[in-house]
Write a protein that binds this ligand. Sequence first.
Ligand SMILES: NC(=O)c1ccc[n+]([C@@H]2O[C@H](COP(=O)([O-])OP(=O)(O)OC[C@H]3O[C@@H](n4cnc5c(N)ncnc54)[C@H](O)[C@@H]3O)[C@@H](O)[C@H]2O)c1
Length: 268
Amino acid sequence: MDSLRGRVGVVTGGASGIGRALAEAFAREGARVVVADLDEAGMAEVVGPIRSRGGEALAVRTDVTDLASVQALAGRAFDAFGRVHVLCNNAGVALWGGLETATHRDWQWVLGVNLWGVIHGLEAFLPRMIAQKEPGHIVNTASMAGLVATRGLGIYNASKYAVVGLSETLAKDLKPYAIGVSVLCPMGVSTRIRASERNRPAHLRNDRPSQAEPVELMGRSLAPETVAEMVLQAIFRNALYVITHDEGLEPLRRRFERMEQAIRQRKP
Ligand SMILES: NC(=O)c1ccc[n+]([C@@H]2O[C@H](COP(=O)([O-])OP(=O)(O)OC[C@H]3O[C@@H](n4cnc5c(N)ncnc54)[C@H](O)[C@@H]3O)[C@@H](O)[C@H]2O)c1
């Protein structure tokens, strides 16, 4: 897809951080945008300025863990704009703590948002995106934590590795339909991700709050706007991987080298 002018983009987790920057970037490129999030006040801060600059933007309260809610989002988006060209499955939460102390609720919450949120996005939007027979693109937000494991981030790692794998297959599956796929794998980005607990629903809160501190992220912290620009370029070039940090190269190389060694040193 070489331009977003007149096209329609949907961004989950669009009230804050990377999602907000994506929605703003799409609007600047002339797209009509649908912002989906739990945070209604945050969404109003995104769609208000877009509209006052003459753009078209819709905010739809959505819980990506709930298929019916994401299907309702798709209904609103197609009703309002008739088409959806770019879908960003971006809503996510992070949770720190060793796997040996993880609770069932921790797993349910993080996989519910980070993995099932992406699956629900595909279930609700993909059939209609295929049927409309126009160029399209899907952006799934994973993380460098979906490519390299970090101690103390096990549940998050599991969710993001799944999103990377799903996206890699999706890119192959959607080739015949002219729908591109990108998987966004950032390291540190200056957002509210460290305050993810604000989004944990009451029924998935732990009886005793975890004492785990956020793991220090390696490398620089990028502005969400910088990341959004990289995503735009990936949409235009139909690039599968959006790896935002040069600092990611060494850990990736080491992981691959360990795998290579495992094959070379194997007996028999
Ligand atoms: N910030 C980083 O350093 C970083 C690094 C790698 C990947 N990521 C990923 O980027 C994505 C965006 O996160 P961010 O950094 O902008 O954080 P953020 O907390 O600023 O934004 C996340 C948004 O997701 C929304 N959200 C959470 N649960 C939701 C749900 N159930 N339904 C709908 N919306 C929900 C939140 O309300 C929030 O607006 C996430 O998938 C995150 O895992 C972030």
